[in-house]
Design a protein around this ligand. Sequence first.
Ligand code: ZN
Length: 875
Amino acid sequence: MVALWKLMRGVRQLELHRLILALIIFCLLSMAFLAYYVSNSPKIKEAPPLPFSDCGGGGAMAPGLGLGADGPGGQRAPLFLPPRQGWQRQMKTMDVSRTEPLVLVFVESIYSQLGQEVVAILESSRFHYRTEIAPAKGDMPTLTQHNRGRYTLIIYENILKYVNLDAWNRDLIDKYCSEYGVGVIGFFRANENSLLSAQLKGFPLFLHSHLGLRDYRINPNAPLLYITKPNQVEQGILPGDDWTVFQSNHSTYEPVLLASTRSSEGVAHFGSSTVRALHATVVQDLGLHDGIQRVLFGNNLNYWLHKLIFVDAIAYLTGRRLCLSLDRHVLVDVDDIFVGKEGTRMKISDVEALLNAQNKLRTLVPHFTFNLGFSGKFYHTGTDEEDQGDDMLLQHRNDFWWFPHMWSHMQPHLFHNVSVLAEQMRLNRVFAQEHGIPTDMGYAVAPHHSGVYPVHSQLYEAWKSVWNIRVTSTEEYPHLRPARYRRGFIHNGIQVLPRQTCGLFTHTIFYNEYPGGSKELDKSIRGGELFLTVLLNPISIFMTHLSNYGNDRLGLYTFESLVKFVQCWTNLRLQTLPPLQLADKYFEIFPEERDPLWQNPCHDKRHKDIWSKEKTCDRLPKFLIIGPQKTGTTALHSFLSLHPAISSSFPSPVTFEEIQFFSGANYDHGIDWYMDFFPFPSNVSTDFMFEKSANYFDTEAAPKRAAALLPRAKVVAVLINPSDRAYSWYQVGGSGPGPSDPGSQQHHHGRVCCLMNSPVCVQLHIVDGAMLRSKPALVMEGIQRFLSVTPIFNYTQALMFDESKGFWCQRVEGSRSKCLGKSKGRKYPEMSSESRSFLAEYYRDHNVDLLRLLNRLGHPLPSWLRQELQSSSWS
Ligand SMILES: [Zn+2]
């Protein structure tokens, strides 16, 4: 610097030199300042990313252009005939009385990926289905029952399994499809052994495989289009080079999706010119060839557009029987208003952006309103700028909806005392009143989903008393994952709705730091998980956080982009409703979800973490005596109570000493109520607690409920009379299906269990009622072995036959006995022989079912069953 100075002084143009020097110093200083600022500030503030603004694609294929339409300026022969008059968007009519609303899915194996994706979409849509491994030959499942089709749609993961069926089975399935108006969806996936070109066996359809494709478009004339809006082109290269395209001259085939080949040479075997032509990757068979409608995919479901078309194909082929309406309700919750670390909160400009986005969204989504959840304790706890943001939110309070999110963001399950919990809520309510925040929405959300499910009854009580809450939402029922199983329920007058994640969490603040890269967020919006959530759920409540609206405002980016994308590609009608109306709508669409299905909170770590530490899962029975009535279950109960390691539930003062939890209205009280009937076991691993409620045996809901809460519990039934209920108990044994799992799945579990003879399923013990009467010690020994209870208690010593009463009683003090009350063990007059033979006939089918069940379980047959089956007339 000094040398420079001397040099400069040497030259006698001082004025200019001083100026230059000043400039240099200024530059150095500003560089130092910048370096200081960069190293000390957490982030260089970049502009938030811009949401998708237009539909991109453009270049729609005009209807009527003909599908031979080609690239710019080219000429070539049409691949498919021009659209027929009368076929355009015509809805298939279907006689719903002829088939069950059940989908039969032929998968390659129980683990095959495409099969799982098919099932995932069916499950998300709450469509009932049954999977079968596609048989190579023979063994086609029964397709009809009592002149009614068992399936309304058949899906083949691998269409070749269908095409290559032996003549007998193929004829069987095709006859079924044409007679009952059942359609087929099939996927063709080329593998290394597939020919480049081949005819699909028996069809006027050619396949060209191993292609790379680009520029995907939708044929607006495809009749199956319903949700899909056809005026878009997905520009660019399609992933993978294993695409198969279909070619035909038969009028039965209408392309659904078309693309160009990636290389300009086109497909050599088409024999067409060098012009880039459009090739069909998904085609619809209109049934003009053999009377059966089909939809064929030249790839799997990986590409997002295929999922959309798949949903439309299901709707079309089932005459919209398996189909949601076009209405989609979306509610965006912003939890944690005022909660959040300094630097992550909203400033004035962020609140302005929120208001602008809301106005913009309202033009696309009628009534769109951000739903703000506040914790008043954290008001004004940010930087000065952020505190001004808080004030700005309150200034505009009437532009938003509001809900309480607990005063101090505490988890409700940590409060054991209702009044303390209510006090916390009251503080938030006072805060709301002081700041003019509306308090009448009837909706609340618990921090970290705590207390909603598993139910903390104190939360429900406090919510109702302080806020008059009637609706809440959670991700935890029945479990967080998989998200497609999330359901709603109603408990204690509060409607609980499932809540969806949108990929934004408290820590997702910057676009460029999105986990896995910002492309992951965009993928989720552009046909990925977030898009599918809206596609497959008529009502979605999304959870976001205050921090998603500061900094990069990812909340705004995500929802503006999502709405735009949905509107570009689908005919879905997005709208927003306030929570109370939304809940009414939800249970109107899904009335079967009203009743909850309680599970053991300790079987899911997430549930256990949000369950009160003062509660234990040990106060649940290890086995149940399920009845039926009048079979000696009360005697069995008293015999079991003699055992030193076995203890019964406390008697209920209301229902004849039995708890009757799984069978009726008591179930609505929830599991806390149930557990109160059991003592704290002195030793969890060796103490056997049980309860006996005879009406569990013939209550339809009981097996499912018991299996959900006590999946490992063993079950004892006493049989003197035949009944089909034992079979239903056996069916649910241990598989613990979700609350809305289709019955078909339970059936499937049952079958699998029988085939594998799984020990989980063999947890039903059947006691011969006649034997219990005549040789109780022997029966008790069998029960002890079944329960694996130790020590083995000697009932030969403990029981004695009371000659005067005519039945076995407890032995007390040598030769004296202690018997049950008067009403038990009573003798009835002999049944007339007419009645007996009538009943034997009446129950014959059930008896045969029971015989099969017992044989399968490896149980010896009760003597009465053998007699019944011998005496009833076999024809
Ligand atoms: Zn929160």
